[in-house]
Design a protein around this ligand. Structure first.
Ligand code: NAD
Ligand code: UDP
Length: 326
């Protein structure tokens, strides 16, 4: 009861987003590597609001403190500035291993570091999982399928990857990370989960990653023409970040140890994205979402997800404009 009253007082003081009460037997100690990044910070929000103890480990290469600053000081939260290429000694029950640059300009900036993060970093986290008996979920990627010869790719497909191409540091890094997970599972009995994540968008995504959603939103907000390459009839599917986060948590707590694709099967043409983003920005009536998504809906409709992302981008642009002389 004392704990319940304390939780209530805490949410009433509104210093932190509301956190559920969990009894000690349900409350887990959870490590999120890369927790200050785009996906990791949303995962942090969900697990904190669900009432768990969350430790974020991040070297701030592509992530930032601002993404998780609303939890700093909360007794269930800890932020550690640490590079997963170095060993880490803590005690946890579950590890969400997300640390790795994710967009091409970021992972190609320093391919050797990308390789070290995905190989040595994953080895270290598996070693930690083995020592403390934790379950580890690896954030893998659809890029393990490379330049696929099968559409859509199901989990049995082995992929078509050039081991010496410009993306190899990431694609092959993730492939070997998956190999390591199953070696630790078979040889050491470590419980592993592997999520092959497909294109994701949402607030806190990198505005300058050069990918289509961020390009179009930035261009529309800045009143520039949208750069549709070719005819725009090529199609892509994007999932909203809260859907991905729900999927990651479900997978972690499931008994599925083989790799699982996590993505949105609904494809749209690039032209559709361009038109939709232009019209949503034109309306300029994006609902003002609270700074934290509440993860109540099962699947976020594209338009709603785009609206939230546009709102985030426009606040970021404002923030940048206000801080450029500081
Ligand atoms: P992100 O760049 O926003 O987050 C990655 C985080 O990892 C950052 O906070 C970064 O600082 C941290 N990091 C990088 N190297 C590290 C190191 N050596 N030690 C400690 N921290 C380190 O990217 P994201 O989009 O949030 O991606 C998270 C994970 O999901 C990645 O593993 C990525 O490969 C995977 N993924 C993402 C997508 C997507 O569409 N966003 C798609 C497929 C896979
Ligand atoms: N694209 C576009 N305009 C842009 C950026 C991308 O028309 O400003 C197109 C691009 O040609 C591709 C699709 O959008 O067909 C997705 O591109 P992105 O770089 O986001 O990802 P990827 O090709 O790796 O899926």
């Amino acid at each position: 009861l004392r704990e319940k009253i304390r939780d209530l007082e805490q949410s009433l003081s509104q210093k932190y987003p509301p956190v559920k009460f969990l009894s000690e037997k349900d409350r887990k100690r959870i490590l999120i590597t890369g927790g200050a990044g785009f996906v990791g910070s949303h995962l942090t929000d969900k697990l904190m609001m669900d009432g768990h103890e969350v430790t974020v480990v991040d070297n701030f290469f592509t992530g930032r403190k601002r993404n998780v600053e609303h939890w700093i000081g909360h007794e269930n939260f800890e932020l550690i500035n640490h590079d997963v290429v170095e060993p880490l000694y803590i005690e946890v029950d579950q590890i969400y291993h997300l640390a790795s640059p994710a967009s091409p300009p970021n992972y190609m900036y320093n391919p050797i570091k990308t390789l070290k993060t995905n190989t040595i970093g994953t080895l270290n986290m598996l070693g930690l999982a083995k020592r403390v008996g934790a379950r580890l979920l690896l954030a893998s990627t659809s890029e393990v399928y490379g330049d696929p010869e099968e559409h859509p790719q199901n989990e049995e497909y082995w992929g078509h990857v050039n081991p010496i191409g410009p993306r190899a540091c990431y694609d092959e890094g993730k492939r070997v990370a998956e190999t390591m997970c199953y070696a630790y599972m078979k040889q050491e009995g470590v419980e592993v989960r592997v999520a092959r994540i497909f294109n994701t968008f949402g607030s806190r995504m990198h505005m300058n990653d050069g990918r289509v959603v961020s390009n179009f939103i930035l261009q529309a907000l800045q009143g520039e023409p949208l750069t549709v390459y070719g005819t725009g009839s090529q199609t892509r599917a994007f999932q909203y970040v809260s859907d991905l986060v729900n999927g990651l948590v479900l997978l972690m707590n499931s008994n599925i140890s083989s790799p699982v694709n996590l993505g949105n099967p609904e494809e749209h043409t690039i032209l559709e994205f361009a038109r939709l983003i232009k019209s949503l920005v034109g309306k300029s009536s994006h609902p003002r979402p609270s700074h934290i998504c509440m993860f109540v809906c099962l699947q976020v409709p594209l338009e709603e997800g785009l609206n939230k992302t546009i709102h985030y981008f426009s606040r970021e642009l404002e923030h940048q404009a206000n801080n450029q002389y500081i």
